[in-house]
Design a protein around this ligand. Structure first.
Ligand code: 4FV
Length: 234
């Protein structure tokens, strides 16, 4: 999978994507990640990428002409067309279903906004999907882009190593994860649920499913809407 990122702060991407699973996915050629500086495509001698909003108001807006040139440049770097994703609080709320959809694309081009965002004509004419990581305002789209890259990389076949698969995890079945325990079996008088030490796999799986259902009911009943009927049509 190829992911291209358009940003005003390429240096922001150093670090979080250079460790552990994402680092190995890049080393193993499973993820081909490229970071591009939008400012490279400004044409005036002050290399301006933003301007005052028409109609007044606070802050600055990123220029459509600079973004268009930057996108055109990036598009030409690889044969696949690439799905253009703009990270914005006004986008679809990122969830497991959307992560899996994006992970199925051969190429993503992520656009990171700054200031008050980008000129709407760029969104209208060049963006395929607008994605939000949550209902709060950040200083830039860079962190949301890294969240998306991390989540999508886990679904690239082989990225989690052959042991683990994204199928056996939170949200895979629309439920929250069951609680986890490891050694020491006893700590400060706190023990581990007996069933987990029983070696009885069927009982362990039944207990874990019950835990996933209970925790989801308590913490995220919204995730169960339309699901309960599905499970026990009784
Ligand atoms: C954001 C979010 C987000 C808005 C103004 C960048 C900022 C600034 N992106 N999910 N929440 N973006 O807050 O995706 O340009």
């Amino acid at each position: 999978m190829r992911i291209d990122v358009l940003t005003l702060f390429p240096e922001a991407f150093r670090g979080p994507l250079d460790v552990s699973i994402v680092k190995r996915a890049r080393e193993d050629g499973l993820l081909d990640l490229h970071i591009y500086d939008i400012r490279e495509h400004a044409t005036d001698r002050h290399r301006t990428v933003d301007d005052y909003p028409f109609g007044g108001g606070q802050g600055m807006v990123m220029r459509v002409d600079v973004l268009d040139r930057a996108l055109e440049f990036v598009r030409a770097r690889a044969p696949e067309r690439g799905l253009v994703v703009y990270l914005t609080p006004a986008g679809e709320r990122l969830n497991d279903r959307i992560v899996r959809e994006l992970a199925a694309e051969p190429r993503l081009i992520l656009v990171c906004g700054r200031y008050e965002g980008v000129d709407e004509r760029f969104v209208e004419h060049f963006v395929d999907r607008e994605i939000s990581i949550g209902d709060y305002v950040l200083t830039g789209g860079e962190l949301p882009a890294m969240v998306l890259i991390d989540a999508v990389t886990r679904h690239i076949p082989g990225a989690l190593g052959d042991a683990a698969s994204p199928e056996e995890e939170s949200f895979a079945d629309g439920l929250l994860e069951h609680p986890q325990y490891t050694r020491p079996a006893e700590y400060k008088g706190w023990s581990v649920p007996e069933v987990l030490l029983s070696g009885h796999h069927a009982k362990i799986e039944a207990w874990r499913r019950q835990q996933r259902l209970e925790r989801t009911r308590e913490r995220r009943p919204d995730l169960l809407e339309g699901k309960e009927e599905e499970d026990d049509p009784g």
